[in-house]
Design a protein around this ligand. Structure first.
Ligand SMILES: [Zn+2]
Length: 337
């Protein structure tokens, strides 16, 4: 029990300092991520006929007493929350699914990711179709003590306000970032609601463990005793609890993985997405690139490079010759038949 009397004897300026620190921390940490209200959250694979279209259900859970599902449109890669009582569902295996939807972008992207799983870094899909007239921006929000780099989003909105509204952006979110940056997360949600941005939420794991002393082969998700199921599903639950539907995309922390991890991620129905243009590493941007920057305050160089890129393309943006692509759209363009 907190007792004020115990504070006697502590110099006043220290108490003021401590109070100020508590206020600063509270600016972004007022409400922890709630995951209650969601029960029996499981990976689930069935087909459902919905508005005369076959959708693939990948998750099932109970929220506030109601059974709900997360479903994927295999052609346009959109995800939906379904909770109607009269849904007619049909069980299916991944093999049957792959045969039935072999031409669908979703199945082709999952297969391509499995085929590009051998390298230690940057496995999965790393670019959209080179025929695109622009790029897809992915912003990683790994755990951080620093605030969200809001200038990324305000610059993007400002640059595209006359040509593309809402402007699409993919955000790779970690559960830990949501837990400690509640106000920043809410600020992003407000930008979505006001129609300034549209977000493809990419799963970047819950805890995003990193050991600066460990080799890559034993780091990030490859760290011993990592529970991949927890890392994936807890992040999804945290998003659903905030009223947000996650996408089918997954970004490996540090872009580090091995074949087994890629295979496990795709078994969850998620498509690993890397990058062919990590700006802070000086990688050049091409048509159809999946651009990677960090928005968690830890990569000012990448943010600066991205703002320079916007300036360089300014006249093309105004002529609609350089646009920002929704990650779903850019992956669909690469894998549609
Ligand atoms: Zn990360």
């Amino acid at each position: 029990m907190f007792q004020f009397s115990k504070l006697k004897g502590i110099p006043f300026f220290i108490l003021i300092g401590i109070s100020a620190l508590i206020v600063i921390l509270n600016l972004n940490m007022t409400t922890p991520v709630k995951k209650d209200g969601i029960n029996n959250y499981i990976v689930y694979l069935v087909i459902v006929k919905y508005n005369s279209k076959d959708l693939i259900i990948i998750r099932k859970f109970i929220q506030n007493g109601k059974v709900k599902y997360v479903a994927v449109d295999p052609d346009n890669l959109q995800t939906y929350l379904l909770f109607q009582d009269n849904l007619i569902i049909r069980p299916i295996t991944w093999n049957q699914l792959s045969a039935q939807f072999k031409k669908a972008a979703y199945i082709r992207a999952l297969q391509a990711a499995r085929n590009q799983s051998l390298s230690l870094q940057n496995s999965g899909i790393i670019h959209g179709s080179p025929k695109l007239k622009g790029v897809t921006l992915t912003v990683d929000l790994c755990p951080s003590h620093k605030p969200l780099d809001r200038v990324i989003f305000t610059s993007l909105i400002d640059e595209f306000k006359k040509t593309e509204r809402p402007v699409p952006v993919a955000i790779s979110i970690t559960g830990k970032f949501m837990e400690t940056h509640y106000n920043d997360f809410n600020w992003l949600i407000k930008l979505v609601r006001s129609g300034d941005i549209s977000v493809t939420w990419v799963n970047h794991t819950f805890s995003h463990r990193y050991n600066p002393k460990a080799p890559l082969t034993k780091n990030f998700l490859l760290e011993p005793n990592t529970d991949l199921s927890f890392e994936i599903l807890e992040t999804e639950k945290a998003l659903i609890q905030q009223g947000v539907i996650f996408s089918i995309f997954f970004r490996f922390p540090g872009l580090v993985s091995n074949q087994k991890e890629v295979s496990m991620v795709t078994d969850f129905g998620l498509v690993p997405v890397g990058s062919d243009a990590w700006l802070a590493k000086g990688q050049p941007v091409h048509s159809g690139s999946i651009v990677l920057i960090h928005g968690n305050g830890n990569e000012p160089l990448g943010v600066k490079d991205f703002i320079s890129l916007l300036q360089t393309e300014k006249s093309s943006v105004m002529k609609k010759q350089w646009i920002m692509y929704d990650l779903r759209e850019s992956i669909e363009s690469e894998f549609q038949k």
